[in-house]
Design a binder for this molecule. Structure first.
Ligand code: ADP
Length: 588
């Protein structure tokens, strides 16, 4: 860091510090405040006055204390050592900091963001004489037993390889010399820094064309999110938000998981910090942390760090996307982030918008989600990577009119409406089938027809129609009871119950049911739809409703979810074949 210039603190308001004599400073420059060297970032400039949001406790700070410019923007270090890390909002490893300072992060502590002592076995891919562009792969490092880290030429740098070193190196060692066209030589290390508020560049962004499969039936079949897409999930307390997030982290077909936690109550984050490292990756049997980066803000950390944490998280996620991986970022909860913005904005005395949130709330939220995508990575080769963003929101009182929910729904393509009422009835995952939506539906129908089965999208539409009919019929049932309905309507209720209980409900802790392949989902849905259609035919042909209602086929439908993957499709297919005959027999 170059310590160029000294300003003076004139005012302190919580996490916000105003300093004078700051000419020459730039927006978003990082500064060090006071003798303690507290880390802050300039968020407003007015003449020689700078407003600085400070990422550490400002208690005890007084006017007159020095402010030093670093000349750098708030950045993260990107290189081997990210995976398995647990960071705070400005990429300080929590373990290291806790060791240095006890459980509470004390002030001005700088810790290495990437470990400096680990020697990585660097295997060059490029060789002397190669002409490389920013984003090209210099070589690889086996970062954890399951993820190979691609060491990239930083964006904006290009040249001919003069030399490249294989073998054991720390991230600080120079492993490559590039000569630019003008003859200047540049030494590269295994890591580079990137400013968190600037989206990392790529060649081209595509509309997501493939779903991110999650093994969760209600998501994959009814409300799929695209690989490189965006989803929003509101999280009323106790509605199963944590379980959903763990399920996504474990089962989504993403290579890398970045989890950004902004806890409100201290114990919320503590749960995440305790639970995540315990999760086992079902694909490898290894700890899930081997392909995970955690960013944690506990409630005892200053609000400004919360504001920074989503940017730190998404920049790390983009970096793995640039390597060609499929990355899933989960932010929980973005409401805490928005509240941090509100607090800082209030202290800047900006004109408040809805509910006191700053007028730029919607833009910031949109900019964040726009960093998702399925992209052609930078560089000379052909490499695609995906970054899927799932944001949890926790509006006060579960009110969906909340400005954060509204701003989020305007930009995301998928809404999984977690409802406390369903959780109360122990319908898990408590995702409402009536209020949720996925705007990828049409795009993915084509994918499903080609890759799953030609009639899968139609079966899904039929199932949804049955559920909607059920909702209408329930209004009548409330008034007059189910017995008053005629047989075809009662059949609709039976079919709807089967869709809800046998298909939508999925037990996260059942060894088989925890994950359901798309192929099995297709077969299960087909079985229920076939039952409904064939039973309806039988009714028209004179079968008594009671015989259908009590038919053992219904029990077979209920057992489908627990049939192990290896035999599931074959067993369900044979059931589908039997249903028409068994129903026809009822009509005599
Ligand atoms: P939240 O994080 O929203 O407060 P949790 O995710 O901790 O709620 O869920 C609360 C409880 O609900 C869990 O401890 C679990 O018993 C139950 N639960 C939630 N989702 C499922 C699921 N898919 N399968 C089984 N049980 C679930």
């Amino acid at each position: 860091m170059t310590e160029e210039k000294i300003g003076r603190v004139v005012k302190i308001s919580g996490p916000l510090v105003v300093a004078e004599n700051m000419t020459g400073a730039k927006m978003y420059d990082v500064v060090r405040v006071s003798e303690h060297g507290l880390i802050g970032e300039i968020i407003e400039l007015n003449g020689d006055l700078a407003s600085i949001q400070v990422y550490e406790e400002t208690g005890g700070l007084g006017p007159g204390e020095p402010v030093t410019l670093t000349g750098e923007s708030l950045s993260v270090e990107l290189g081997p050592g990210l995976l398995t890390s647990i960071y705070d909002g400005i990429q300080r490893p929590l373990d290291d900091i806790a060791e240095k300072a006890g459980d509470f992060i004390s002030r001005g502590i700088t810790a290495d963001r990437l470990p400096r002592d680990i020697k990585w076995d660097f295997k060059p891919v490029a060789k002397p004489g190669d002409k490389l562009l920013g984003g090209d792969i210099l070589g690889t490092v086996q970062e954890t037993s399951i993820i190979e880290h691609k060491v990239l030429v930083p964006p904006g740098i290009s040249g001919e390889v003069v030399s490249i070193e294989s073998g054991e190196h720390t991230v600080e060692d120079e492993i490559c010399v590039l000569r630019a066209e003008d003859g200047t030589e540049r030494k590269l290390k295994m890591f580079h820094s990137w400013p968190v508020r600037v989206a990392r560049p790529f060649k081209k962004k595509h509309l997501p064309r493939t779903p991110l499969t999650t093994g969760q039936r209600v998501i994959d079949t009814f409300f799929p999110v695209g690989k490189g897409g965006t989803a929003c999930v509101p999280g009323p307390f106790g509605s199963g938000k944590t379980v959903i997030q763990h399920q996504l982290a474990k089962w989504a077909d993403a290579d890398i998981i970045v989890y950004v936690g902004c806890g409100e109550r201290g114990n919320e984050m503590t749960d995440v910090l305790n639970e995540f490292p315990e999760l086992i990756d079902p694909h490898t049997g290894e700890p899930l942390m081997k392909r995970t980066v955690l960013i944690a803000n506990t409630s005892n950390m200053p609000v400004a760090a919360r504001e920074a944490s989503v940017y730190t998280g998404i920049t790390i996620a983009e970096y793995f996307r640039d390597m060609g991986y499929s990355v899933a970022l989960m932010a929980d909860s973005t409401s805490r982030w928005a509240e941090a913005m509100r607090e800082i904005s209030g202290r800047l005395e900006e004109m408040p918008g809805d509910e006191g949130y700053p007028a730029y709330l919607a833009r910031r939220i949109a900019e964040f989600y726009e960093r998702s995508g399925w992209v052609d990575a930078l560089g000379s080769g052909e490499r695609t990577g995906a970054l899927t963003v799932v944001g949890a929101v926790s509006p006060p009182g579960g009110d969906l009119a909340d400005p954060v929910v509204q701003a989020t729904l305007r930009v995301v393509r998928v809404f999984w409406s977690l409802e406390a009422e369903l959780a109360y009835q122990r319908h898990y995952p408590a995702i409402s089938w009536l209020n949720s939506y996925s705007l990828y539906g049409d795009v993915f129908d084509e994918y499903y027809r080609e890759n799953v089965s030609p009639d899968f999208p139609d079966d899904r539409s039929k199932a949804m129609a049955i559920l909607q009919n059920e909702a209408d019929l329930n209004e009548i049932v409330k008034l007059v009871g189910a017995e008053a309905l005629d047989a075809p309507d009662r059949l609709t209720l039976d079919a709807a119950r089967s869709i809800r209980e046998d298909f939508l409900q999925q037990h996260a802790f059942h060894e088989v049911d925890t994950f359901c392949s798309t192929e099995k989902q297709r077969a299960m849905l087909k079985a229920i739809i076939t039952f409904e259609a064939e039973a309806r035919k039988a009714l028209s042909a004179g079968a008594p409703f009671k015989a259908i209602d009590e038919h053992p086929v219904l029990e077979e439908l209920a057992r489908m979810k627990r049939i192990p993957e290896e035999e599931a499709v074959a067993t369900i297919e044979s059931l589908i074949e039997r249903i028409p005959k068994e129903m026809a027999e009822l009509a005599g």
